[in-house]
Design a protein around this ligand. Structure first.
Ligand SMILES: Nc1nc2c(c(=O)[nH]1)N[C@H]1C(S)=C(S)[C@@H](COP(=O)(O)OP(=O)(O)OC[C@H]3O[C@@H](n4cnc5c(=O)[nH]c(N)nc54)[C@H](O)[C@@H]3O)O[C@H]1N2
Ligand SMILES: Nc1nc2c(c(=O)[nH]1)N[C@H]1C(S)=C(S)[C@@H](COP(=O)(O)OP(=O)(O)OC[C@H]3O[C@@H](n4cnc5c(=O)[nH]c(N)nc54)[C@H](O)[C@@H]3O)O[C@H]1N2
Ligand code: SF4
Ligand SMILES: [Mo]
Length: 873
């Protein structure tokens, strides 16, 4: 079955098929234009995430399972009551860029056209809002001009605020392959820290966090100085050039902290290279000056006319699989469907007439941060959260969690009850997951692809669009929500886009409005626009923009003082982001043992000099605090980060770690134009966590370590692995282990202890097989985790207590290649023993890096040994 990957915005085509053992596996679709057969580690492991282990299979009201009818009646009633008593703005939907377009369309139609409020916002506010605002300011529309092939055709690719190697791995692989085939292709990376992505670059600019506006203002001034402005293009198609240049000249790039030589090299390369693509992502968007950062980049492309032509243009890469589709259907609180504007009376009237709606929202609704503030202070009486986990992913996550807990009525639609937000719901609705539902998504290059069902419905789960439509009907809007299939919704949406096209909007897929059900089922990937006159292609190469006068707008921009400044109490800057093998709050990727083996616990990248000053060593635990909250993270000492700056991943939750929710630390400071929070620059304090005993444990049963000062757990092939830190050493390790690892009181361990050194090692066997083991001591436990994880269910053998494999069995070390489960030690040894000098040679020797290729940047780093291994030892 051909479908589309549910993770990142690259939008790879997937072929789901059963293997010989009857298990579902995912392979890259060679015919899909996004990936041409490739998949990354997450996509390749999709088959491991389809089980029913943690699935929510029936509606729950106040924690009790119930049938759909009573759950839906309650939801419809409570929303209707709130609206009757307090008006339409007393209710809100908080949705997600992972919804399918059809789901999203129905949610938006219900809220904006039938409830009559615009209080629907999406996690794309945390993700793409600054790019949307920047595009609209410059182009008059939220249009991504280019195509993926532009990265391959360019002579210079600038990656700024993007860890493409880990976050858009297949697009990164396409770029890496193009560069290998044509070494003249230059890559410049702009990121305060070194990443797997910066390894590919010819030049890495480790700028001061937040200083991107000054960097691109400096570039604009330089382009003018050296005569690289395209006066013809500017004269015919752009307004605001003089003011933009004037502002740029008054904003010297010295504030970036970069050396003059680096700045000069970057500027000269950009100026002399006609075919340049600037790719940007969350280092740009998630900033208190995010919209200005976007426009500073767009200014340079507009001034040189390098936009919308093969191999050139600005390129905002989208994060979620349907971030783009959500923008198209109007998922943001300040948009209507099909790129129509809520504040435009003509647009509003067109949408209302088309929907035959009783009302239409007349002003923008609450943006995410403000929405949860309104929930906190009781203005929102009923809230429906769909396909997102705000108690973990919103800034000020503790306050958001408390706000949800305190709200009169909260509905959560999810595929699992095991997440921090779902635990707070009054009504929990089971949604059909990837593989069980049908619809469309749009990727970063405007390509619309089908997600198709290949699994039967699970339990009572229903697709999100069907749940939303049923609530619409139960709220009294029977005809408007009388959908029976996603194809019907898609046709209606495509027809509305035709009206948007007639109103001069970019988003027009009206040629798809009369697809039959069978044609919808068979729909091949297609880039919009899709009209009678044209299909796909680039925008703006012809110099025509979607502003009232048809000209693009350059904006006068001046760097503002950073919104968040470290001080004596909070001297470090906390940067946050992603790791290679986990997806957001891990409700799906943590189901896969091999994805969990790459980085198995929440961590903090800390510069060696800072670590020394703080008295922290690698593998110890740091307590990180901000004015908003606290986290406890494993220290990874590395010069990848600049001194004074630290980096932590966003993935860990209350389900997977004791104090790993990084957004508990992040203040909800937003960009004034887009309302997008600054997730990458929180001033923080760092101190060693006082620990009496560290422990590492393995267990067949899921561990329950609630009282520990720190814990983090991850799945292994046969059970779980657990990291622990305790503030007091237990008197009796055996009974402690029994309680935490779910063993019966009779379970008797093999045990060695060394009271003087405070060491204890215990192994519990049942029916001759290892059931659980625990290794504890006053220092961080330095044992081979990958070896130990492989010993669960092994036959009884006291050698396990050594914690390391015997001399006859080498210790593979932490997983680098997730596809073939090849560890860092195995790779290092092969490089040394076999004198390997290339990533290809490692592949030939070990197979590492030869399937999905996601680990190739790390293999390159191991070869260069310029960097330490990324995974904790
Ligand atoms: N493996 C994996 N892939 C994913 C996801 C995932 O959860 N896991 N999520 C998807 C989603 S929704 C998104 S939005 C994308 C995000 O994709 P990316 O934006 O590439 O990922 P991030 O790690 O959030 O941040 C990118 C980089 O911005 C840098 N940065 C921080 N501050 C600044 C700054 O001031 N200026 C500049 N120039 N750079 C800065 C950070 O150091 C970081 O390396 O990834 C998508 N892909
Ligand atoms: N500090 C910090 N915070 C960040 C970021 C950062 O870089 N730093 N990045 C931000 C960004 S860019 C993003 S996109 C957000 C992402 O943050 P979230 O959207 O909160 O994270 P997810 O884990 O993707 O949440 C998706 C939820 O939907 C559920 N789900 C899966 N499939 C379905 C389905 O078919 N239907 C329904 N109804 N539910 C389903 C999953 O189980 C999960 O609970 O985080 C943001 N927060
Ligand atoms: S790059 Fe990876 S996560 Fe992104 S769509 Fe492709 S396979 Fe999925
Ligand atoms: Mo995102």
């Amino acid at each position: 079955m051909r479908t589309t990957c549910p993770y990142c915005g690259v939008g790879c085509g997937v072929i789901a098929a059963r293997d010989d053992a009857g298990r579902w596996t995912a392979k890259g679709d060679p015919d899909h234009p996004a990936n041409l057969g490739r998949l990354c580690s997450k996509g390749s492991a999709l088959g491991e995430t389809l089980g029913l282990d943690d699935r929510l299979l029936a509606p729950r009201v106040n924690g009790q399972e119930t049938g759909w009818d009573s759950a839906l009646s309650l939801v419809a009633q409570r929303f209707t009551d709130a609206i009757a008593a307090h008006g339409p703005d007393s209710v809100a939907f908080y949705v997600s860029g992972q919804l399918l377009t059809e789901d999203y369309y129905v949610a938006n139609k219900l809220m904006k056209g039938f409830i009559g409020s615009a209080n629907i916002d999406t996690n794309s506010r945390l993700c793409m809002a600054s790019s949307v605002a920047g595009h609209k300011r410059a182009f008059g529309s939220d249009t991504v001009p280019g195509l993926y092939t532009d990265l391959e055709e360019a002579d210079l690719v600038v990656l700024t605020g993007s860890n493409l190697a880990w976050c858009h791995p297949v697009l990164f692989q396409r770029l890496a392959a193009a560069k290998a085939a044509r070494p003249g292709l230059r890559v410049v990376t702009i990121d305060p820290r070194r990443t797997a992505t910066t390894e590919l670059g010819d030049l890495h600019l480790a700028l001061k966090p937040g200083s991107d506006v000054a960097l691109f203002n400096g570039l604009l001034a330089h382009l003018h100085e050296v005569g690289a402005i395209d006066a013809g293009f500017v004269g015919a198609h752009v307004s605001g050039f003089d003011a933009a240049l004037d502002a740029a000249r008054n904003d010297p790039p010295a504030t970036t902290g970069l050396s003059e030589a680096d700045l000069a090299a970057f500027y000269a390369l950009w100026a002399r290279t006609e075919k340049v693509v600037t790719v940007y992502s969350q280092g740009v968007n998630q900033s208190s000056s995010g919209s200005d950062k976007v426009n500073a980049i767009l200014n340079c492309h507009l001034a040189t006319g390098r936009i919308g032509k093969p191999g050139m243009g600005p390129f905002s890469v989208t994060g979620q699989p349907n971030a783009m589709g959500g923008r198209e259907v109007g998922g943001l609180a300040n948009m209507l469907a099909c790129h129509l504007d809520i504040e435009n009376a003509e647009h509003r009237a067109a949408v209302r007439d088309f929907w035959d709606a009783p009302t239409i929202a007349t002003q923008p609704g609450l943006k995410a941060v403000d929405m949860f503030r309104a929930v906190a202070d009781g203005r929102i009486k009923a809230l429906w959260i769909i396909h997102t986990n705000p108690a973990v992913s919103m800034p000020e996550a503790d306050a958001v969690r408390d706000a949800i807990a305190g709200c009169d009525f909260v509905v959560v639609s999810d595929i699992t009850a095991r997440n921090d937000t779902a635990r707070l719901a009054d009504v929990l609705l089971p949604a059909s997951a990837w593989g069980e539902k049908d619809g469309t998504v749009t990727n970063s290059e405007r390509c619309i692809s089908r997600q198709r069902a290949f699994l039967p419905a699970r339990g009572q789960a229903r697709p999100d669009w069907a749940i939303l439509a049923e609530i619409g009907r139960r709220m009294g809007f029977v005809r408007a929500f009388d959908y029976e299939t996603p194809a019907e919704i898609f046709r209606e949406y495509a027809a509305l886009s035709g009206i948007a096209g007639k109103l001069g909007r970019d988003f027009d897929i009206s040629a798809l409005s009369d697809l039959s059900d069978a044609e919808y089922e068979a729909l091949s990937p297609v880039r919009w626009p899709v009209t009678a006159a044209r299909t796909g292609g680039r925008f703006f190469g012809d110099g025509r923009f979607f502003t009232p006068d048809g000209r693009a707008r350059m904006l006068p921009l001046r760097s503002r003082a950073p919104a968040q400044v470290p001080d004596a109490e909070h001297p470090f800057v906390l940067n946050t982001g992603r790791v290679r093998d986990h997806w957001h709050t891990m409700t799906r990727t943590a189901l896969s043992p091999r994805l969990s083996a790459h980085l198995a616990e929440p961590f903090l990248e800390l510069h060696p000099e800072d670590a020394l000053a703080l008295g922290l060593k690698s593998a110890e635990l740091a307590e990180v605090t901000t004015t908003r909250g606290r986290a406890v993270l494993r220290v990874m000492v590395t010069d990848r980060v600049r001194k004074g700056e630290v980096f932590a991943p966003m993935h860990w939750t209350g389900e997977t770690a004791s104090h790993g929710r990084i957004d508990a630390l992040v203040p909800a400071i937003t960009d004034p134009v887009s309302g997008q929070p600054e997730s990458k620059a929180a001033p923080c304090a760092i101190a060693p966590l006082p620990v009496a005993a560290y422990a590492f444990a393995l267990s067949r049963a899921e561990p329950r370590p609630d009282e520990a000062a720190y814990w983090a757990k991850a799945r292994t092939a046969d059970g779980w692995r657990l990291e622990l830190a305790l503030s007091e050493t237990p008197d009796d390790w055996a009974s402690y282990a029994r309680a935490v690892l779910g063993l019966s009181d009779e379970a008797a361990p093999l045990m060695v202890t060394d009271a003087r050194r405070g060491l204890a090692r215990l192994a519990f066997f049942e029916a001759g097989r290892l059931q659980a083991a625990l290794f504890a001591g006053p220092q961080p436990v330095a044992l081979s985790r990958s070896y130990l994880a492989g010993q669960l269910a092994a036959e009884i053998d006291a050698a396990i207590l050594s914690g390391v494999p015997g001399a006859d069995r080498p210790d593979p070390g932490a997983t680098i290649c997730a596809c073939f489960d090849i560890g860092v030690n195995t790779i290092r040894t092969a490089i040394a023993d076999q004198r390997l000098t290339s990533v290809e040679a490692i592949g030939a020797a070990l197979r590492a890096g030869t399937n999905c290729g996601s680990c190739r940047p790390e293999l390159a780093a191991l070869l260069a040994e310029t960097a330490k291994p990324m995974a904790a030892e």
